[in-house]
Design a protein around this ligand. Sequence first.
Ligand SMILES: C[S@@+](CC[C@H](N)C(=O)[O-])C[C@H]1O[C@@H](n2cnc3c(N)ncnc32)[C@H](O)[C@@H]1O
Length: 244
Amino acid sequence: MTDTPLKPSNGLKPSNGLKPSNGQRYRRLWGRAKGKPLSPYQSGLVETQLANVSIDVGNPLAGLESFKSISVEVGFGGGEHLLHRAQENPDMVFIGVEPFLNGIAKVLAGIDRGQLKNIRLHHGDVWQFLENLTDNSLDHIDILYPDPWPKVRHYKRRLIQEDLIGEFHRALKPNCALHFASDIPSYIDWALVRILGHGGFNWNVEGCLNWQEPYKNWPGTRYEAKAYREGRTPHYFKFIRDED
Ligand SMILES: C[S@@+](CC[C@H](N)C(=O)[O-])C[C@H]1O[C@@H](n2cnc3c(N)ncnc32)[C@H](O)[C@@H]1O
């Protein structure tokens, strides 16, 4: 596969310097924390509504027992996919994890518009969300178009790393799915090596064009639309967590 150079959407921001309770240091959080100024409506939602739908990182699944299943989308960007899934599955809960405030504001507006009761948010880094998450507790994880970081010297900034895949394996229930989509060949290679190299995920591939088929009822995302505009091909992967 050849790589298409793509400028990351993000500027660089150092981490918030938090230290997890297990004594390790959080990795640096690369990316934009904020974009253009929020509208008064969005600022109002962040002030008044974000706390109501935010998970407690100390006990991230508290209060979600009544839902049929728990899905997590890491880096939801503008939230198109998260909102769509929540609308079509009112008996399931969808947790979105995103450090970018403008994305959080967009999802709050979508929750408000659709009067959705089944979205929870973590405004921050996926590592904070995972810190107190119990083993075998999630039914599904999505990583859709993670920031590509196409330069070799920036590969270490990529979201998908061996330790994160290990955490996803720990957090997912057996036989549950991790979805990963990307349009960046070097990232696809990178992710396949790490996810399959972990040894605890099975890649459900039924044919050579299987990865070109979007997931069922796929709404698309903003980054996918950008990929199409710029002539890149989306790839969709589904990995199933093993039984142990
Ligand atoms: C390229 S964008 C894709 C957004 C969306 N999934 C889409 O397809 O349009 C990647 C997103 O991942 C988020 N992100 C980056 N690092 C993250 C981290 N450590 N934890 C959670 N989200 C992260 C970024 O803020 C950004 O919104």
